[in-house]
Ligand binder design. Structure first.
Ligand code: NDP
Length: 264
């Protein structure tokens, strides 16, 4: 019954519009203040959760909810939707179960529980609509590309290629950031190498490429809403990181941009 409602195009679009409202609120909120975690963490945001477990809690709905909704709404097993499932689970499997144990957390660092809760709510909604879009279960022709999809469809190979390129980009950047701190170290340094020579936040740049690829590969309003949300979240944060680097390190390379090489 729940899955029938999720595959109804009107109900689906209501959820997509809700997600777009999240994106609008996020960009408005982040234009007024920085999200209080990582280098922008500060007191006054209530109870906190240790950083590694905060990441696991925040991202777990993206993994499990997507899986449940995908299986519940998939009309019949088909190769392309299953490829999309694989891409999503690879991304969120890494983000939920691997990434939190790779970062070098400052001793005692913790995230406000309110941030974790908001992220869990958003990720539950986001994975629900994206799983419904990817499984091919939507009862409408213009939502999905699955019925008529062939492997030669340019949306398939352009979308999947961008997803993979973005994944390599953000994983390399995250690995470079983790390597900046030796075990036990807790300070910040100027990152060097790879796309760090061009932008302050190549990990966010990679993330934007991933969800651009996903939007093209799923050709769905849900994918586009997630891409817009990611931009609403990560572009202001990248600008805040960039300003922080420039204010903190007098020798910060002034040719670097915040998130889009040569542009922004
Ligand atoms: P950050 O770049 O702020 O931090 C990533 C890790 O690197 C943290 O452990 C941070 O430590 C450390 N780090 C960053 N810069 C330095 C430095 N100069 N010197 C030493 N250590 C450093 O990324 P986020 O934590 O915001 O995000 C992590 C991942 O999650 C990214 O890949 C991002 O793309 C993804 N993400 C995706 C979102 C989406 O909307 N799709 C939303 C949010 C994140 P510390 O925490 O102590 O600052």
């Amino acid at each position: 019954m729940m899955f029938d409602r999720l595959t109804d195009p009107d109900q689906h679009m209501t959820l997509v519009w809700t997600q777009l409202a999240f994106a609008l609120l996020t960009v408005l909120g982040l234009s007024l203040l920085s999200a209080p975690y990582g280098r922008h963490n500060r007191a006054g945001w209530g109870p906190t959760i240790p950083t590694r477990w905060a990441w696991v809690l925040m991202e777990a709905p993206s993994f499990f909810m997507f899986l449940v909704v995908f299986v519940g709404t998939m009309p019949e097993p088909a190769a392309y939707p299953l490829l999309l499932l694989g891409l999503w689970l690879t991304h969120y499997g890494h983000r939920t179960f691997v990434f939190p144990w790779r970062i070098r957390v400052r001793p005692g660092d913790a995230m406000p529980a309110v941030i974790v809760l908001l992220a869990m709510v958003f990720n539950t909604l986001n994975s629900t609509i994206n799983a419904t879009a990817a499984s091919g279960g939507l009862v409408s022709t213009w939502f999905g590309m699955h019925a008529s999809t062939t492997w030669l469809d340019p949306r398939v190979w352009i979308g999947v290629t961008l997803f993979v390129v973005g994944t390599v980009t953000h994983r390399r950047a995250d690995a470079r950031l983790a390597a900046l701190r030796a075990p036990g170290e807790s300070g910040y340094k100027i990152p060097h190498g790879g796309l760090h020579e061009y932008v302050s936040c190549p990990n966010y740049f990679g993330e934007l490429i991933v969800w651009t690829g996903w939007t093209i590969a799923t050709w769905s309003p849900a994918g586009l809403a997630f891409l817009l949300y990611t931009a609403a979240n990560l572009v202001p944060r990248a600008l805040q990181h960039h300003a922080w680097y420039r204010a903190t390190f007098p020798d910060y390379p002034n040719t670097r941009r915040a998130v889009l090489p040569f542009l922004l």
